[in-house]
Design a protein around this ligand. Structure first.
Ligand code: NAD
Length: 372
């Protein structure tokens, strides 16, 4: 198979979808890997590093899209990339369609086979290709929150860890999955008073066992969220309902009762965000203020630490890329249920039920069309 890796062009995105190690595994297995020049520079990988591992470097993204049977990327296709996608081409990347109806419609028009990293799901319900980036974003969230709590950054002017004689900040984390757990560890390590809310009592029991003493757990009900927000200095949005738009748990009314200068880091923004007031921002303009509350809503947080994120991501994606290449996409998808669940759009059909329901669009089960 010919595997193509274009340079990421989303604003402030420095990750790349493949490392030299991935190139080596693929070329050793008899595949061709075509990489756009300078695609790895943001992650500290030169064209020469790729060539040494067996890749071919091409000067433009056009060439990558023209030649490849499968495009492997990091972020969803950007406006200028969409027309380059070819009918029946496999696109393996984060798609986050639940947050973007227009993109869903455009990818359906292109008649591609779109497999979304974030919906590749194991039998136990875990999301192996979301986990590494959720680990990164979760660990970054208190770091970013601490920064924007500083007065010159429009925040409340509170030091996350406090000092002896002055209490630390109150950090409220809504959602205790991968993002929430990683955020809680870091916030607790920085000395904050942390509360994690989740709907799932089993998860809360687990967190209560493994977390340090300055992390409390609280069942997530609208009342508990509302009360926790009133006391919060920093709120971290870390909810996920697989493949669906994030529920709007924080209303504008609730913001009015929060402290002026409190900060929300809405990590769930890539699925639409958990605050009614959240809208996506970028690393160059990461925040805005609504109802006196600073909102940090960067949809590609791991893009800021590419030398960690690229390796974390590709450690997890490579086995799937290899399986798709070695078996061919159809056999791989049929044999591996996790990949099957990853297929969102298929040759013009919307085959992911949650997205179809969210957008009120026609849903076609993959089994009805896969052999077309
Ligand atoms: N902005 C970024 O750069 C970035 C990076 C990585 C992940 N994310 C996003 O972060 C979000 C969280 O990802 P994750 O990997 O932690 O997901 P996860 O599935 O591991 O955890 C989600 C948690 O939310 C809980 N939950 C569901 N409804 C809830 C509610 N009403 N109240 C409280 N908790 C609730 C679930 O029980 C689960 O424990 C996702 O939207 C993901 O796409 C964003």
């Amino acid at each position: 198979m010919i595997i193509g890796v274009p340079k990421e062009i989303k604003k402030e995105e420095y990750r790349v979808a493949m490392t030299p190690s991935g190139v080596y595994s693929l070329t050793q297995a008899g595949h061709r890997v075509i990489i756009e020049t300078k695609a790895g520079l943001g992650s500290g990988i030169s064209d020469d590093d790729y060539v040494a591992a067996g890749a071919e470097i091409v000067p433009t993204a056009d060439e990558v899209f023209e030649k490849a049977d499968m495009i492997v990327k990091v972020k969803e296709p950007q406006e200028v990339e969409i027309p380059k996608l070819r009918e029946n081409q496999v696109l393996f990347t984060y798609l986050h369609l639940a947050a973007d109806k227009k993109l869903t419609e455009k990818l359906l028009e292109r008649k591609i086979i779109g497999i979304a990293y974030e919906t590749v799901e194991l039998d136990d319900g875990s999301l192996p290709l979301l986990i590494p980036m959720s680990e990164v974003a979760g660990r970054m969230a208190p770091q970013e929150g601490a920064k924007y709590l500083e007065k010159p950054q429009k925040g409340l002017g509170v030091l996350l860890g406090g000092i002896p004689g002055v209490p630390p900040a109150e950090v409220v984390i809504i959602g205790g999955g991968t993002v929430g757990t990683n955020a809680a560890f870091i916030a607790a390590g920085m000395g904050a008073d942390v509360t994690v809310l989740d709907l799932n009592p089993v998860r809360l029991r687990y967190l209560a066992e493994i977390m340090p003493a300055n992390v409390k757990t609280l069942i997530s009900t609208p009342y508990n969220v509302k009360e926790a927000l009133k006391k919060a200095d920093l709120v971290i949005g870390a909810v996920l309902i697989h493949g669906r738009k994030a529920p709007k748990i924080i209303t504008r009314e609730m913001l009015k009762e929060m402290k002026d200068g409190a900060v929300i880091v809405d990590v769930a923004i890539d699925q639409g965000g958990i605050a009614e007031t959240s809208k996506p921002t970028t690393h160059s303009e990461p925040i805005f203020v609504e109802e006196g509350v600073v909102h940090y809503c960067v949809a590609n947080m791991p893009g800021a630490v590419p030398r960690t994120s690229t390796y974390g991501l590709t450690n997890s994606t490579l086995p799937y890329v290899l399986e798709l290449a070695n078996k061919g996409w159809k056999q791989a998808v049929k044999e591996n249920k996790a990949l099957w669940r990853g297929v969102n759009v298929f040759k013009g059909y919307l085959v992911y039920k949650g997205i179809a329901e969210d957008f009120n669009m026609p849903y076609t089960p993959l089994e009805e069309v896969i052999d077309q």
